[in-house]
Design a protein around this ligand. Structure first.
Ligand code: CO
Ligand code: CO
Length: 325
C-alpha cells in the first residue's frame, strides 16, 4: 500500500467538519492537529510495528523514538503517550518488560509522561505508542509549503530498511549495524527545534515510504518540483554493500513503483541507487524545506554539516517532478 492508495481509502471516510481540526485526513501530514485555543493546539499520532532488532530494550527505544517523531515532524512538543502492545502470552514476560523499559526510558529522555496503554495477545510481537503533543497553531510544520529555491535538508542517514533486512537474514549482526541502531534510537527533537529556528517552510519525517515517497508528499500536484543530488545523500555503513547482496526490502520496490511517474533521472545513477532512495526507514530523520537564509539559525541548533545534509533544492516545475542528479 502506498501513499496514493491510502489517500483513496481515507477519502471514503466521512469528513471532519469541526473548525478546530487544523490538520485532518485530507492532507498527507504526519499527525492530526486540533485547536484548543488561539495559542495552543493538540497534535496526535499513533504508530506501532514488529521488532526491527533482536534486543528488546533497543526495540522499545526505537519504537518510542519513532512514535514521537510524527509530533516533532509537525513542529510540536510531545507531552504524553500511551503504549500499544501486541505480545504472545506464551513468550517470556521478561522480554516484554525489556521492550517497555526501552520505551519508557526514551519517553523520559523526551520529557513525555506515560499515561497508560493496552496489551493484546498476538503471535507476532508489536510495539508502539499513541502520542499527544502541543503546537502553536501559527507554527505548524506541514508537509506542504516549500517554495522554489528552498533547500532540501535531511537529518539522519538512510539505509535502515536494507540493514534490518540483512539483520533478519543473518547477513549482519547487531554489532555491524551499531550506527544505524543509534540513529533509529535518536529523537528528532533537536531537528524539529532547529527547523523552527531556521524558519523551515515545510517538513516531514522519513519513514515507510522512503526518502522519495516522503519527498513526494511535500510536493503539490503541480507548480513545485525538487532537484535531488544523489551523491549528497548519506547512508549508514554497509547499506550499499548489503543492497548489492540482495537485501533490499520488498517495500522499497513498491515505493519505487509509486514514485515512478514523478521521477526524472538525469544523473548517472544506477537502478540500485534509485531503489536505495526508496528504502523504507524506521525512525528516520526529518526532511525539511529550509529557506537559504534560515540555514544559519538551523545550524546553530543542529550542529555543523555532518549532523545534517543539504541534499537538494526545490524548483519551479509545472508537473511537480523529482529530478535526480
Ligand atoms: Co511521519
Ligand atoms: Co506515522
Amino acid at each position: 500500500m502506498g501513499p496514493e492508495d491510502l489517500k483513496r481509502i481515507l477519502k471514503l471516510l466521512p469528513g471532519q467538519p469541526a473548525d478546530e481540526v487544523l490538520v485532518g485526513l485530507e492532507t498527507p501530514d504526519d499527525a492530526g492537529v486540533f485547536m484548543l485555543d488561539e495559542n495552543t493546539a493538540l497534535v496526535q499520532t499513533v504508530d506501532f510495528f514488529t521488532p526491527v532488532v533482536d534486543d528488546p530494550y533497543l526495540f522499545g527505544q526505537i519504537a518510542a523514538a519513532n512514535s514521537l517523531s510524527d509530533i516533532y515532524a509537525m513542529g510540536g512538543t510531545p507531552i504524553s503517550a500511551m503504549n500499544i502492545v501486541c505480545f504472545p502470552c506464551n513468550l517470556d514476560m521478561e522480554i516484554l518488560a525489556e521492550i517497555l523499559r526501552g520505551g519508557s526510558d526514551k519517553l523520559h529522555e523526551a520529557g513525555v509522561a506515560l499515561l497508560g496503554g493496552h496489551t493484546v495477545d498476538d503471535q507476532e510481537p508489536k510495539y508502539g505508542m499513541a502520542v499527544t503533543g502541543k503546537v502553536d497553531p501559527k507554527r505548524i510544520l506541514r508537509n506542504r509549503g516549500a517554495r522554489p529555491g528552498d533547500l532540501l535538508v535531511l537529518t539522519k542517514p538512510l539505509g535502515t530498511g536494507v540493514l534490518s533486512t540483512a539483520l533478519k537474514a543473518d547477513f549482519l549482526s547487531e554489532d555491524d549495524i551499531e550506527e544505524a541502531m543509534m540513529g533509529m534510537c535518536s529523537l528528532n527533537e533537536n531537528a524539529s527545534q532547529a527547523a523552527l529556528a531556521g524558519g523551515a517552510r515545510a517538513g516531514t519525517d522519513v519513514t515507510g515510504f522512503g526518502l522519495l515517497g516522503h519527498l513526494a508528499t511535500m510536493l503539490p500536484e503541480r507548480g513545485l518540483g525538487c532537484e535531488l543530488d544523489h551523491r549528497s545523500v548519506p547512508y549508514y555503513p554497509r547499506t550499499r554493500e548489503m543492497a548489492e547482496s540482495g537485501m533490499v526490502p520488498g517495500c522499497a520496490y513498491r515505493n519505487r513503483d509509486f514514485i515512478e511517474k514523478r521521477l526524472v533521472i538525469s544523473g548517472d545513477l544506477d537502478e540500485l541507487e534509485v531503489l536505495l532512495l526508496c528504502d523504507p526507514q524506521t525512525s528516520g530523520g526529518m526532511l525539511l524545506a529550509l529557506p537559504e537564509d534560515g540555514l544559519r539559525g538551523f545550524r546553530e541548533i543542529m550542529g555543523p554539516e555532518g549532523c545534517f545534509w543539504v541534499i537538494g533544492r526545490f524548483i519551479e516545475d509545472p508537473e511537480g517532478r523529482i529530478v535526480l542528479r
